[in-house]
Design a protein around this ligand. Structure first.
Ligand SMILES: [Zn+2]
Length: 403
C-alpha cells in the first residue's frame, strides 16, 4: 500500500490489503524494403502503445511517477530490524526476520531479468525503538505523520551504528513479538536526513509479513518503483467485499498471495524490464500477429518471441494480451493461456487502472480461470477488433489482432 493510499483510505481493512521479438512476418531492421507478402505487416513502433500517464501519483502510464526510484540499476536498501521495550526480540530471531523478507529481494531480481540489483545492508541486530510499540497507532488509523515518525524513530535509533549516506530506501521490519505493528505501508515522501543523505523512500514491514511472506517486500517495492495497487480500495457495489474484482490473483500488485503473482508484462514495460522490441503494438488499421513467450520467461525469451501485444483504444486506454503459463511465480495458476486486460492511465492506484477480461464470466472460480485458452477468440467491444489465440511451439502463444 502506498502512503498516498494510506492518507486516502485509512480505514482500509487487512482483507482489502489482501491484498527481440517480433510480430510474425515482421521485416527485420535493415532488411530489403520489399513489402511483406500478406496483410501481416511489420508492427508499428511501440511508441503508439506507450500510453502517457494521465493521473498523478502511482498509475499505469508512462513515465512512472517522478517520485519513483529507478527500477533499472542498483537499489540500495537499509534493512533496520526494530524491537520495543514492551516487545523485546530475542537476538536469535534476527535471522528469521531477515529470512522472511529475502524471497522478496529474489523476486525483484528474477522478475526484472537482472536489470534491478538489490543490495541490502542490515542493522547489526535489533535496534530498540525509543517508544513502546503501542505509541505507533497502526491499529488506530496510521496517518502519514505517524508513519514518518515511526520510520524516523527507527533511523534515529540506528544512526549511531548505521551509515545511511548511500541508501536509496529504508526498510523497517518490526519484531514478530509486536503484533500491534499490524501491516506494511510504503511512503515515497519520507523527508528524513541521516548522514547527509535525504531519505525519501521507506517501507514498514509489520505483522502481516508473517502471513504474506517475503513477496510483501516485492509488492511494496513495486510502489517504491512507481507501480499502483491493482486491488480495489473499495469493492464494487455489485460485488460487495470483492476487493480483487479487477485483476484477481494475476499480479503481485493485486494480490500478494495470488496463484499468479508475476508482475504483468505492462508493469515490466513501465519499469524498463522489457525492451520496446518485446512489445508488439497492434494498431487498428492492420492485422497484427505475434508469438508470445510466457510472461514468467520474458526476460529470457527466444528470438521471435514477444512479451505482449498491445491494442490501443484511446489516448489513455489499451487492451493488452500476455501469455500466462504455470512456470516461475505462476507455477500454481489454475488456467493457462492468453491473459487479456485493459489498462487505463487515467485511473489512479486502487481504483482499477488494470482490469482483467474474464474468459469465463460467471464461473465459480472468479478470475482464477480468466485466461483465454488456445483455440479461442475474443472481440473487443469498443473497436470490434477480433483477437484470436492459438498454441505455438513449446509453451508459446500466437496472438492475432484483426481490426
Ligand atoms: Zn500496495
Amino acid at each position: 500500500m502506498n502512503q498516498r493510499a494510506v492518507r486516502k483510505s485509512l480505514a482500509l481493512s487487512l482483507a482489502a490489503i489482501a491484498a527481440s521479438a517480433l510480430a510474425l512476418g515482421a521485416v527485420p531492421a535493415g532488411a530489403a524494403a520489399a513489402p511483406p507478402p500478406s496483410a501481416v505487416a511489420a508492427p508499428p513502433s511501440s511508441d503508439a502503445c506507450r500510453l502517457p500517464a494521465a493521473v498523478g501519483g502511482l498509475g499505469s502510464g508512462f513515465p512512472v511517477d517522478e517520485q519513483a526510484l529507478p527500477a533499472v540499476g542498483t537499489l540500495k536498501a537499509a534493512l533496520l530490524l526494530v524491537d520495543f521495550e514492551d516487545h523485546p526480540a530475542s537476538p536469535a530471531s534476527a535471522a528469521e526476520a531477515e529470512a522472511n523478507l529475502a524471497p522478496g529481494v529474489e523476486y525483484l531480481e528474477r522478475v526484472s531479468g537482472g536489470r534491478l540489483e538489490v543490495t541490502t545492508t542490515t542493522s547489526d541486530g535489533w535496534v530498540r525503538m525509543p517508544e513502546p510499540s503501542t505509541s505507533y497507532p497502526f491499529e488506530r488509523g496510521l496517518s502519514y505523520e505517524d508513519h514518518v515518525r515511526y520510520i524516523g524513530d527507527a533511523i534515529a535509533a540506528a544512526d549511531d551504528t548505521f551509515d545511511f549516506s548511500d541508501v536509496d530506501v529504508v526498510w523497517v521490519t518490526a519484531t514478530k513479538e509486536a503484533p500491534n505493528i499490524t501491516y506494511s505501508p510504503t511512503t515515497n515522501f519520507l523527508d528524513v536526513t541521516a548522514d547527509g543523505n535525504h531519505l525519501t523512500h521507506a517501507v514498514t514491514f509489520g505483522y502481516d509479513q508473517w502471513r504474506w511472506g517475503g513477496l510483501v517486500l516485492a509488492h511494496e517495492s513495486g510502489h517504491t518503483l512507481g507501480l499502483p495497487d491493482l486491488y480495489l480500495f473499495e469493492a464494487p457495489p455489485e460485488d460487495p467485499g470483492n476487493y480483487h474484482a479487477a485483476v484477481g490473483g494475476w499480479d503481485l500488485m493485486g494480490l500478494i498471495s495470488g496463484a499468479g503473482p508475476e508482475y504483468l508484462a505492462w508493469h515490466r514495460w513501465q519499469l524498463g524490464w522489457l525492451d520496446d522490441a518485446q512489445v508488439v503494438c497492434a494498431r487498428g488499421d492492420r492485422t497484427t500477429s505475434a508469438r508470445l513467450a510466457p510472461v514468467a520467461l520474458s526476460a529470457d525469451a527466444g528470438p521471435g518471441q514477444a512479451a505482449m501485444v498491445v491494442h490501443p483504444l484511446s489516448a489513455t486506454r489499451a487492451v493488452v494480451v500476455e501469455n500466462r503459463q504455470p512456470v516461475g511465480y505462476d507455477e500454481a495458476i489454475e488456467a493457462r493461456g492468453a491473459l487479456v486486460y485493459t489498462v487505463d492511465t487515467s485511473v489512479p492506484s486502487g481504483e482499477g487502472p488494470v482490469r482483467v477480461v474474464d474468459a469465463t464470466p460467471g464461473s465459480p472460480d472468479g478470475l482464477d480461470d480468466a485466461p483465454f485458452a488456445a483455440g479461442s477468440s475474443w472481440t473487443e467491444p469498443t473497436t470490434g477488433a477480433e483477437l484470436t489465440f492459438r498454441a505455438g511451439p513449446g509453451n508459446t502463444l500466437k496472438v492475432t489482432v484483426q481490426p
